[in-house]
Design a binder for this molecule. Structure first.
Ligand code: TYD
Length: 199
């Protein structure tokens, strides 16, 4: 079968990572060759971003690091798709636009700049699934997982991220799923979208 590139996006606590794992397990059980991957990656620049070792860098430098990580990641994704794999990718370019433009105060020129730096280094996904959720609900979930509330997870920030995502979804035709529904409903809707892509 021919490969596919499917991206999952959403603010922290939307349930992306567990949804991706469930879909990967399900497709594998059906004999489909799947690769589950995520950004920031866990190698090279992605591992560097996650380590926090970059120190006191500017917001723009941080954005460039996310894009640099994405450039190498995109080459891997392209290779896997060409080998016939269904690649499920937890975050891609919309994360940089949604998160970094929130950090840069959502200024229109910053948003254009973020879209511009991404555009040279990305492949077009076959589907981009946005898990949309009220950050207060999503953050409740993060809290119950007992995870550290990082600087990324403040409510006002997450509200801005959500608004940025919804604007991108409209402009770029993402598939939006209401992630406040039960996990089974979210899963069923995601599988329907993926089914249309992989046939
Ligand atoms: P996350 O998906 O939460 O990774 P994990 O669950 O493995 O820790 O991503 C970590 C954070 O990185 C998340 O809060 C969003 C942020 N991020 C950006 O700000 N810009 C980006 O381009 C990407 C890919 C992630």
């Amino acid at each position: 079968m021919s490969g596919a590139f499917i991206v999952f996006e959403g603010a922290d606590g939307a349930g992306k990572s567990s949804l991706c794992r469930r879909i990967a397990d399900d497709l594998s059980a059906k004999g489909i060759s799947v690769s589950l991957t995520a950004e920031p990656t866990h190698e090279g620049i992605g591992a560097f971003i996650r380590s926090g070792d970059a120190g006191n860098i500017s917001q723009r430098t941080e954005a460039l690091l996310f894009v640099a990580d994405r450039n190498d990641h995109t080459e891997n994704i392209r290779r896997m798709v060409s080998e016939g794999k269904v690649v499920l990718c937890d975050r891609y370019f919309a994360s940089t636009v949604a998160y970094q433009s929130a950090k840069l105060d959502g200024d229109a020129s910053d948003r254009d700049w973020l879209i511009g730096i991404n555009s040279q280094f990305i492949d077009e996904p076959d589907a981009i699934i946005l898990l949309d959720i009220d950050p207060q609900v999503g953050m409740g979930r993060v809290g119950t997982r007992g995870e550290e509330i990082s600087k990324f997870e403040r409510l006002d920030f997450q509200n801005q991220v959500r608004a940025n995502y919804l604007r991108l979804a409209e402009e770029y035709g993402f598939d939006v799923i209401d992630a406040s529904q039960s996990q089974d409903d979210v899963y069923a809707q995601a599988m329907e979208i993926i089914g249309k892509v992989i046939g």
